[in-house]
Design a protein around this ligand. Sequence first.
Ligand SMILES: [Zn+2]
Length: 341
Amino acid sequence: MDHLGSRPGNVAGGCLPGLSPTPCRSLTLDRVMTLLYQDPIFLEHDTGSHPECAQRLRAVSDHLAATGLDQRCGCPAWEPVTSKWLAEVHRPEYTAQLERFARDGGGRIEVDTVMSARSYEVACRAAGAVCDAVQRVVGGEDRTALCLVRPPGHHARSGAAMGFCLLNNIALAARVATTELEVQRVLIVDWDVHHGNGTQETFWSDPQVGFFSIHRWPFYPGTGDRTETGEGPGLGTTCNLPVAFGTPRREYLDLFTGELERFADRIRPQLVLVSAGFDSHCRDPIGSLGLEVEDFAQLTDVTRRIAEQHAAGRLVSVLEGGYDPAVLAECVATHLERLLA
Ligand SMILES: [Zn+2]
């Protein structure tokens, strides 16, 4: 627990200085808020003309400022993830490779994934945000948190970058919860349009972390069949819901709700984490499962209800995909509104 220089109540003056015109509220307010993690450093993972680009977060930040939603949130200060915690998920030789690749100026580290000179630093800060959010939410500082970070994380494997992802932010946070914070059971809900293969792999035989994913199928990255349910002590703690392109929204939402309730009853989580990708929106240029903005309100409500029922409301949400900046901004605002409701 020596990771954070910041302690509860230690807050930054604002979320995105230079981008957000007014600072977020401090954590001293006595009403329920959501902890909101934003930082201009996330714009410095420079990917050029890649769809996973800084404009995504600029659009989100501007929209949250325009709607005033950011004013209703607390904005904690936090530190980058430590190498000790990185080693809970990633091989040290892999993180050393990432660091070196960035130091040498970056480039394409795998077929889909681009790094710039500052990408490793940015990725460590993103993972640090999610770990900090889990610490604060488990510590009772607030019940919910939303981490608007990039690069995304759920495809990142123990020893390899993949699918725009460098470090697996949500897997690191789940491991911090079970190893450092004595949380016995964590549930990860992944509603990104792509299967979270890196997260699944990390917890494949781990009985303490349940992984629930709804995703388009067949689709990138090719994993996430119904038959993939974990193994050894982790058998039954992975649940995959592959959904075909063209599935009606009502059917998708009913499937998500029914299966998540059933799975959560089995896992009985003390903490719920969300891999919140918004690339299943009908106008997303990469994903699309035909969802509309309001469907993310329902996904959020169902997941919050699960968190309230099992985990005293403790929920930390982490941005994954979503590649039309304007659509992403609307979806994130809707998601945050429901977290604040
Ligand atoms: Zn995705």
